[in-house]
Design a protein around this ligand. Structure first.
Ligand SMILES: NC(=O)c1ccc[n+]([C@@H]2O[C@H](COP(=O)([O-])OP(=O)(O)OC[C@H]3O[C@@H](n4cnc5c(N)ncnc54)[C@H](OP(=O)(O)O)[C@@H]3O)[C@@H](O)[C@H]2O)c1
Length: 321
């Protein structure tokens, strides 16, 4: 089969579009013919080997040689001890713990798969898993956004932000989206009431405060974020620098306590089985999945470069023919 392979960390130039052996499903796995796979920041990070946490499975060389985790496709074959799926079933999944989506076929344990939501295309289903989980758990489950609250989403023009802005608006919040200048109009189109270009304005220094800061691109200190929270507000780190993560984890809970402010990590529960509320909203037409660009499998290097260089508005999807 065709796949996009890498054996050392680096730029998209280290990726090769080549022939590899088609995988065979283990007893509890199914073999999926991949139709669409969406890109995530985690693909970019695991390609580059930066930040350091992306090397957790392979400190010097990549552990997985094929990236790509958010897939949608059709079951081709099933392992001996599977019970849930049959060849021909249309499925989608987040296979972050196995990777291998940038290929014509991939094997995955049947318990991480779900049937494709009715009425969704392969590319829409592939866009959902990681970005949807980040947004749903950040805004609804952990963020517990209430009508009238002020919510700031940092890194709001990317995949997770696209869902997070729309969800926060549905919860009745006043939403501020922060991203680069290219994405301001995009964030407004999703419903953001206010937008900030982070290259021109530092939201931790403009004197405004929020009930919730959901941070997909954290690079400041816990002290800086604390100052932008209202009394009783909450800061949630989702992604960003390791230094900020450690800072938020170690001193965040202590420094906010006196003012009732909560600071911590959103450890996202991965798995498409948690996405039901978001899927219903998508099916009802209340939340849109915006796919900025589509690429072919052979164009994964270009697709990753587009995402990694910060141009992507919403999701980038690879269509596997
Ligand atoms: N906590 C968990 O359990 C968990 C689970 C899965 C993923 N994650 C993390 O969640 C994050 C969300 O990723 P995503 O899929 O939404 O990524 P994405 O599509 O790449 O979006 C991130 C956005 O942040 C922007 N950005 C970069 N630097 C910024 C800054 N200093 N200030 C404001 N915005 C900035 C990026 O634009 P530019 O680069 O163009 O500026 C981009 O638009 C990733 O960091 C990922 O590693 C966390």
């Amino acid at each position: 089969m065709k796949a996009v392979v890498y054996t050392r960390y680096g730029t998209p130039d280290v990726l090769r579009f080549t022939d590899v052996e088609r995988p065979t499903p283990q007893d509890k796995e199914v073999l999926i013919k991949v139709h669409a796979v969406s890109l995530n920041a985690s693909d970019w990070e695991m390609l580059r080997g930066k930040p350091l946490y992306s090397r957790i499975m392979g400190p010097f060389r990549p552990h997985y040689h094929i990236l790509g985790s958010d897939i949608a496709g059709r079951v081709e074959a099933v392992g001996r001890n599977t019970t849930l799926f049959q060849p021909g079933d249309e499925v989608f999944a987040d296979i972050l713990s196995h990777m291998g989506g940038f290929a014509e076929y991939v094997c995955a344990p049947e318990n991480v798969l779900a049937r494709m939501p009715a009425g969704m295309t392969y590319e829409e289903a592939a866009a959902l898993p990681q970005a949807g989980a980040n947004a749903l758990q950040g805004i609804r489950d952990k963020g517990q956004v209430q009508p009238g609250q002020k919510v700031l989403i940092n890194g709001a023009g990317g995949g997770s932000g696209m869902y997070a802005i729309q969800l926060a608006k549905l919860h009745g919040a006043e939403v501020t989206g922060v991203d680069n200048a290219e994405k301001l109009e995009f964030m407004r189109s999703l419903g953001a009431d206010h937008v900030i270009d982070y290259t021109r304005e530092d939201f931790v220094r403009n004197g405004r405060t929020y009930d919730l800061i959901l941070d997909f691109a954290a690079h400041r200190s816990a002290f800086a974020y604390k100052g932008s929270l209202m009394r009783g507000g909450r800061y949630l780190y989702v992604g960003g620098s390791v230094a900020t993560l450690l800072n938020v984890l170690l001193i965040g809970p202590l420094i906010g306590r006196a003012e009732g402010k909560k600071m911590g990590l959103l450890a996202v529960r991965l798995g498409v089985q948690h996405l039901a509320p978001l899927i219903e909203l998508c099916q009802a037409g209340k939340i849109a999945t915006v796919i900025d660009r589509r690429y072919r499998l052979s164009e994964v290097p270009q697709a990753l470069r587009y995402l990694g260089e910060g141009h992507a508005k919403g999701k980038v999807v690879v269509i596997v023919e």
